[in-house]
Design a protein around this ligand. Structure first.
Ligand code: FVH
Length: 281
């Protein structure tokens, strides 16, 4: 295991707790000291850690750190599992880079925060993509710290799924930020709004299934409950409320602009699905 930051430490601890043989390395040795004290083999170089086992897991800050750390190691015959957050292009390039060094490659994107690692009931998991054979060979070991979801031979797919889900999360956080801002100066306790907000977001979340069905069929008018025309007509209420509450519309405006553009194309009877096509450059 290379990298003992917050995530690497959580992963290593989960394998340690499950009794897996483990060798760890970290650039800053102090972070490995606790493992040393608990009987885990700690090496003073990445090269020695890589040499210790066939399965090599890296969880470093970014792709540049991965390259820097692995450059001085012999990867011949190794099974490299990279749990560092990357872009899909970086992941594909790292897969090729790894192959050129005589190793097999599996990319991972972790959908969990460190406290969820080693806690199956927390619901965390990691996306994996790249060699299916490699995934199947190590699935049992990889399932120890968190769940596993294999998303395809394309090494970039784990990163793509990871970033897609996290991007949706930021959209949700942005919407919640706007909602809290609207009530911020009122005599409304944010802790009373929070459960209403959470329940509402959960109730609305299944709408993504209809979006997906519409994208697949290409028909954005099937099953529409609230038409784009109706939703655009309601926009002034949202913008006026923001103004009246002294709240910047900057989080809502970009999405509203897309909705207006789609309506202007004559798609008033559609769902909001058409805005997705407007995002494609
Ligand atoms: N923590 C989280 O909530 C998220 C959850 C989802 C997945 N991410 C990704 O996991 C990768 C590692 O994140 P982390 O939380 O472990 O990050 P840090 O605690 O900041 O530790 C970073 C480790 O990387 C080492 N490192 C950084 N640069 C270099 C380098 N040039 N050469 C060698 N090692 C490097 C750092 O070493 P040190 O500072 O202790 O010496 C840490 O071991 C990340 O991709 C997240 O996006 C976590």
């Amino acid at each position: 295991m290379l990298g003992l930051g917050a995530m690497g430490t959580a992963l290593a601890r989960a394998w340690m707790a499950a009794g897996h043989p483990l060798t760890v390395w970290n650039r800053t040795p102090a972070r490995a000291a606790a493992f040393d004290a608990e009987g885990v083999r700690v090496t003073d170089s990445a090269a020695k850690a890589v040499a210790a086992n066939t399965l090599v897991v890296v969880c470093l800050l970014d792709d540049a750190a991965v390259e820097e750390v692995l450059a001085g190691t012999d990867l011949t015959g190794k099974d490299l599992v990279n749990l560092t957050t990357s872009t899909p292009v970086q992941a594909r390039a790292r897969a090729e880079w790894t192959r050129e060094r005589g190793a097999r490659y599996l990319d991972g994107g972790i959908m969990a925060v460190p406290p969820m690692i080693g806690v199956p009931e927390a619901g965390g998991y990691a996306f994996y993509s790249g060699s299916r054979q490699l995934f199947e060979r190590h699935q049992e070991t990889l399932s120890v710290p968190t769940g596993t979801t294999y998303v395809g031979e394309d090494a970039g797919f784990a990163a793509l799924h990871d970033v897609a889900l996290l991007s949706a999360m930021y959209g949700m956080f942005a919407g919640a930020a706007h909602a809290f801002a609207l009530i911020r100066r009122e005599d409304i306790d944010p802790t009373s709004l929070a459960p209403l907000l959470a329940d509402w977001l959960v109730a609305m979340a299944p709408a993504v299934h209809q979006t997906a069905d519409q994208l697949r069929s290409g028909d954005y008018t099937t099953g529409v409950v609230s038409t784009l025309a109706m939703q655009v007509a309601g926009m002034p209420t949202f913008l006026r409320t923001a103004e009246q509450q002294g709240v910047s519309p900057e989080l809502l405006s970009p999405y509203f602009a897309l909705m207006r553009r789609r309506l202007a194309e004559g798609s008033g009877e559609e769902d909001l699905t058409g805005t997705i096509d407007l995002l494609l450059r």
